[in-house]
Each structure stands twice: as C-alpha cells, then as structure tokens.
Design a protein around this ligand. Sequence first.
Ligand SMILES: [Zn+2]
Length: 382
Amino acid sequence: MTDLKQYRQALGQLVALPSVSCASPRLDMSNRQVVDLLANWFADLGFKTQVEALPGQPNKANLIATLGSGEGGLVLAGHTDTVPFDEHSWDQDPFKLTEKHDRLYGLGATDMKGFFPVILAAVKDFRHKPLKAPLTIIATADEETSMAGARALAKQHHHQARAAIIGEPTGLKPIRMHKGIMMEAVHVRGHSGHSSDPALGNNALEAMNIVMADLLSFRHELQSKYQHAGFAVTVPTLNLGCIHGGDNPNRICGDCELQFDLRSLPGMDNQQLHAELDHRLAPLAQRLNVDITLRSLFDDVPAFEQAADSQLVLQCEALTGNAAVSAAFATEAPFLQQLGMETVVLGPGSIDQAHQPNEFIPLDQIAPAVTVLQQLIRHYCC
Ligand SMILES: [Zn+2]
C-alpha cells in the first residue's frame, strides 16, 4: 500500500522550493535546493549520493544516487527544474501544494517533481535487501531549457545500467520515441541603399525570398524521403517561425534574419541536416551576391527511438497494459540512450497539465506508478 500522506508531504516540500529554468536570465533560478533535498532523502535510504555541478554553472547541479553496486541494473530519472509560471492565472499559490478533487496542485506537480516521491515510495521495500544489480536515481538540471544536465551526464558518465525510465508525465503509457528538434536562424546580409535606384544596393529581403523558397523545397524533399507511421504527424516538419529585416520602405533592405525549427524523425541525423542546409545555401549566396549564414539558436535534441521489441519496452507494456507509443514532446531520453541504456519515458500525470496554470497530478495515478516501479526494480535489480 502506498502511503499517500508521505507522498503529499514529500511533494509539498519539493514544490515549495522554486527551481524555474528559463532562457531569460531574469527568470532563471538555481535547482540546488531541490537537488540537495533529494540527496538527503536518498542518503537516508542508504543510497550513495553525488551532487555534480554543471560545467560553468555552479548554481545548477545533477544528482546521482546509487543503491547497490555491480553491472547492469536500473536507472530512474527525472528533471528537477520547472518552467516559469503566470502567478495571476493560478487559483492558488503555485509553490504551496494544494489538494482539491483528488488532485494535487502545484508548480511542477506533474512535470515532474511528482515522480521523485513515487521513487521514494517504491524503494522503501528494497532498502533492507541487498540488490543484485544497482538502482540509480538521476535528477537533472535545466531540462526545460537547454537539457544541459542530461548533456553533461552523457558526456561525463560511463556508469551504465541495462535500462532507464524517465518519469515524465505520460499517464503511465510507455513512450518509446519522439522527434528531434533543431532551432536555426538564417541570416542574409546584402547591401542597403536608396530605394530609387536598385543598383545602389543589394536587397536582403529579395534574397531571403529565394532562401525561403529553397527551405520549402528542402522540406518537401525531406517529407518525401522520410515517413514514420508511429507519429501523429508522420513526416519531419520545418516551420518558418519569424522573420525580421529592413527598417524603412525607402531603403533597400541590407539585413534580414529568418528563424525556423526542424523536427526530425528517428533515423535522421541533426548534424547531417545542418550540413545539408549549409550546402544548399552556399550556392544561393554566390548567385545572389549576398552573405548567408546559418546558425543554431539552441543545441539540438536528437530524435529518440527505443526498438519496439527491446526488453524494456516489452516489460513496460506488460506492466502497464498499455502499448508503447510516440510523444509529441522531446525529452532527455536520447542522452540517456547515448550512455548505452535501453530507455523508455513512463510516469504518472499528464503532459496536458504541464507548462500551464493550475498544474496538478491526479492522486489515483500514484499507487499504480509505485507498483510499476517496484516491479521494474525487482526485474532489473533483484
Ligand atoms: Zn518534463
């Protein structure tokens, strides 16, 4: 039986510690308080804990807590940061866990501070029995912005379990794939001049018009070449998101920048896509006599796919009674997979409540989530 009183109490403490991560430094916060609290809890349960600051960011840290030792085993992972919030849109204090209609409301309740007390409840039964293979808890920083925490782990760590579960809110449906994300800016530099005589300059907006047409043909080529029936949108997408250029109707536009995102399918390589884009833009720049530069606005997230017939996917499907599906959102899964672990995203709560006012986790998903984790720990560690 899961002790919901202890669950509420632990989640209340986690929610009360703000850990917003945001690309805007004005709103960005440290996650150290959350990581330190989790480290204390897991140390009390007999775990060996390491708190590792992110490279160049002493106020952000990952936690790695391990029970047992040896080869193989299981990783249970989650992020400690939340997105920013609109205080005026909340019906209660976002940092005070509030129970109403069998739901617990609070910032990060479902995405995803609520997963850690599920782990605490699940591991209680195992702390007095020696494990055959280690159980590792990973709590990361900055998932909501740069995924810097997971990237640092993928670079530094060689510890490798057989399997990893990331407890993002999936309504306890196993997620075994998602698309990759690239966010790019293409900048065209022409030459400004008086609009009365086109020979006085070289119009960056007109060149951008040709660049945009080329991007749309690139999209068409990608969509003809790649499809995946496991996704709601079965093709890779490329969205022209915003454009800025010029200043006045009577000046030839000298500079123009377009920003777009590209969402790749499993099997597509982001670095290769970037190189292909560069390769297409270079001859356009030459023909139009402008400078064209392509730069990434953020580090890309690779597409993720865990094979449908891999042991972890089959195990999660059997334990939850739900078929593994794809997600429309990106996660840290590709980085954990890079460490050589079979990886599935599976946790309580719904992504529909994430990133919005009055975020909540439904109480009726807690006990089933604890049971699934206990069965996975038994399978991989006992
Ligand atoms: Zn999340």
